[in-house]
Design a protein around this ligand. Structure first.
Ligand SMILES: [Zn+2]
Ligand SMILES: [Zn+2]
Length: 257
């Protein structure tokens, strides 16, 4: 399997870098996790946006979903139309958000505004989700809104991939992520957060590194980073507690596993 980073910045875009978005390809399937602002142009470099098997959304914060609205226009109006609707798998509550957005943006077209291009469903976080030969599982994180980490298993992958989505340190994701080969972990709190631990909805790079170390991951991809916190500073903090291979998310970075 190959993981390609489509963005990697924290809640606001970095210079030349969009927000949350990851493309997984292999075993004949293409799956996207989140599609935040600035990630659709990067997606076009690596895959045909008409041919994705599914887009799966961790939570409904704008930095994880905004380019789904841009994708709606790409699918509806690009001169080369898609052969079929794109499967859009939203967290609980996602359907209502898209219905509200259709009312906001769609005007007279609001009925079917998104459904004409997306096959929308909500996942059951307690159940496994099949996308072709791949299987996804979910667990709740600790964040400012309901959010789910996602673990992906696929036949040809060299182990599972777990994406923490957005999470504070009081979520114990070790049991869920344990044994994954690749961990995609957010470090949006930066190296020296001011918010108390118990109220935080993001990890420090050190906490991200500790999570990866405790799960036994071979590779840690740090993501959800503010450039103002310093990429090398974040990397050094995580590397101090994680013994495996460390990468920092940037658009186009590809990891085979
Ligand atoms: Zn976020
Ligand atoms: Zn968030």
């Amino acid at each position: 399997m190959r993981l390609t980073v489509l963005g990697g910045s924290a809640a606001g875009v970095n210079t030349g870098q969009g927000c949350a978005g990851f493309l997984m390809q292999g075993d004949g399937v293409s799956i996207v996790f989140d599609l935040g602002p600035g990630t659709l142009p990067e997606l076009r470099r690596h895959a045909d946006f008409r041919d994705l098997d599914a887009i799966v959304v961790s939570h409904l914060h704008l930095d994880h979903i905004l380019d789904l609205f841009a994708l709606r226009f790409a699918l509806a109006y690009n001169p080369i139309p898609p052969r079929c609707k794109t499967r859009l798998v939203l967290p609980p509550g996602g359907r209502a958000l898209f219905d509200g957005a259709a009312t906001l943006f769609g005007g007279d077209e609001r009925l079917g505004y998104f459904d004409q291009v997306f096959a929308i469903e909500e996942y059951d976080p307690a159940a496994a989700l099949a996308i072709g030969p791949a299987t996804l599982r979910f667990t709740p994180t600790v964040h400012y809104v309901p959010c789910w980490a996602i673990r992906l298993a696929a036949p040809s992958a060299g182990g599972d991939l777990t994406y923490t989505a957005d999470t504070g340190p009081t979520a114990d994701l070790v049991p869920f992520a344990s044994g994954s080969a690749v961990l995609v972990v957010e470090a949006g709190a930066g190296p020296t957060p001011e918010e108390p631990v118990g109220r935080r909805g993001h990890l420090t790079p050190e906490e991200a590194g500790l999570l990866a170390e405790r799960t036994g991951a071979r590779l840690l991809l740090l993501t959800h980073l503010w450039e103002e916190h310093g990429r090398e500073r974040s990397a050094a903090q995580a590397a101090a507690v994680f013994s495996g291979r460390l990468e920092l998310a940037r658009p186009g970075l590809a990891i085979e596993w």
